[in-house]
Design a protein around this ligand. Structure first.
Ligand code: NAP
Length: 435
């Protein structure tokens, strides 16, 4: 929008694209096409990428502000909400954030080594992340082999003994957070059959007529799957299936139960049975006092991501886990902006976040035009930052150096019939980048 502006992007890892690379499910390659748009932007003559620079550690936000007229924080939500129940730290319990990072090749999750030697897995939360994890756990290995899932994850999944995955939500079918496409993928997943409880769907058919359209379609799909007798072909498919998935509603985690023989490991979960207070999206789960234990050897908590504060100089609302802002302008911090999940909290699909980021860009431009953002005096930009980084022994990775990593990953993938085989450590990424 302004030919006089240059943009430098700083990223902790030597590789770009954040959650598109490390969050999007490997069997959703079409979602990753947005990388083409990002690449076009990064190759623009007035845009530069500096990977392998950890803001908050290698550089402070204040140093960036001294070097640039405007600084936009867009580092996402790398933490996760905790269930806050006893036993949460037992082995066999993982956060979806780590589990997803593990199968997607996030260097910090490389050594997660999840134990998939049990039969039943419970996933807590019913958002799209929970559905992604359930699908990856139950997908036929031949499907995953053709994706960019990492080879070590593929090997563990190939040996997996998990046969049954329950996806547990605290509210009802008409409040499920996941979307119809992801639920349909479960319904159609080869070699699996659904296992739902008719009691979870009491009164749901009657509520259909008042639901907004997307939610109505989703609810109809779940009702059909749970309640209707399948046709002959579907019946046969289900009979043959060796793996099972199920949605469980009106259940909240109360305690992770330890294995009586190996007390550091989990052997189950205690769930509180809920009822709903109110209706629609805003309905609240209220305890009934009833409890239910489910035996399982694997528990994955998928109840949402959380942004973290990376620099004490930046205002942070730890209750809402976002940077307080007005259309991306960080309050009480002129020249400082935010975008992405740091700005909004961890909700919405990539398109939502793109649009939201355009709002932040618009705020920067408006502030330049109105003079709120003072750009009259020149600022040194990357020149001074590069000098600081050199003094600190940090070696930034440029976009063309990332493209070397990219080519190597694609080459390694092609050799085994995958779109790419990701490099799994920062050291190897730096080596391939020629650092
Ligand atoms: P989410 O959609 O916000 O789902 C979080 C789930 O956790 C909800 O079912 C929520 O239930 C539950 N939950 C929260 N706190 C809880 C608690 N204390 N006890 C029990 N349950 C609790 O989050 P997400 O799945 O992490 O996904 C984040 C965003 O990324 C979403 O907007 C999602 O659509 C998007 N995403 C999209 C895709 C895709 O398009 N394929 C894939 C992955 C992620 P309540 O509803 O009762 O709060």
């Amino acid at each position: 929008a302004r030919p006089d502006v240059t943009v430098d992007i700083y990223e902790r890892l030597p590789v770009p694209f954040g959650l598109v690379r490390f969050g999007v499910a490997p069997d959703h390659p079409e979602v990753k096409n947005v990388i083409n748009t990002f690449t076009q932007t990064a190759r623009h003559e007035r845009c530069s990428f500096y990977g392998n620079v950890n803001v908050g550690k290698d550089l402070s936000v204040t140093e960036l502000q001294e070097a640039y007229h405007a600084v936009v924080l867009s580092y996402g939500a790398e933490g996760n909400r905790r269930m806050g129940v006893p036993g949460e730290d037992l082995s066999g319990v993982y956060s979806a954030k780590d589990f997803v990072g593990w199968y997607n090749g996030l260097p910090s999750c490389r050594e997660l080594g999840p134990d998939l030697s049990c039969e039943t897995a419970v996933i807590l939360g019913q958002g799209n992340v929970a559905l992604d994890v359930a699908r990856v756990l139950l997908s036929p290995i031949d499907l995953l082999k053709k994706t960019d899932i990492t080879q070590p994850a593929l090997e563990v999944l190939e040996e997996s003994r998990v046969r049954r995955v329950l996806i547990v939500g605290r509210r009802g079918p008409t409040q499920i957070a996941g979307t119809v496409k992801e639920v349909r993928e479960m319904v159609n997943l080869p070699n699996t059959r659904p296992d739902m409880l008719a009691s979870d769907f009491e009164g749901v058919k009657e509520a259909l007529k008042d639901l907004p359209r997307p939610r109505k379609r989703l609810t109809e799909l779940m009702l059909k799957t749970a309640m209707e007798t399948p046709g002959e072909k579907e019946h046969e498919r289900r009979e043959k299936a060796s793996r099972v998935w199920g949605l469980r509603f009106y259940r909240s985690p109360v305690e992770i139960l330890a294995d009586p023989e190996r007390s550091s490991r989990t052997a189950g979960i205690r769930l509180a049975v809920n009822k709903l207070e109110g209706s629609g999206e805003g309905a609240r789960a209220v305890l009934t006092g009833e409890m239910e234990d489910v035996s399982c050897g694997l528990i994955i908590s998928s109840i949402g991501y959380k942004s973290l504060s990376i620099d004490p100089s930046v205002p942070f609302d730890s209750h809402r886990a976002i940077v307080p802002n007005n259309m991306g302008r960080i309050q009480e911090a002129p020249g400082l902006y935010c975008s992405g999940w740091l700005k909004t909290g961890p909700t919405g699909v990539i398109a939502t976040t793109l649009n939201n980021s355009f709002d932040t860009a618009r705020s920067v431009l408006e502030d330049m035009d109105s003079g709120t953002l003072n750009t009259s005096a020149a600022k040194p930009g990357s020149q001074s930052i590069n000098a600081l980084l050199e003094n600190r022994g940090v070696k930034p990775v440029t976009f063309s150096e990332w493209e070397k990593i990219d080519s190597e990953e694609v080459r390694r993938g092609a050799a085994i019939g995958k779109p790419r085989e990701k490099l799994l450590t920062v050291e190897e990424m730096l080596q391939v980048a020629g650092k």
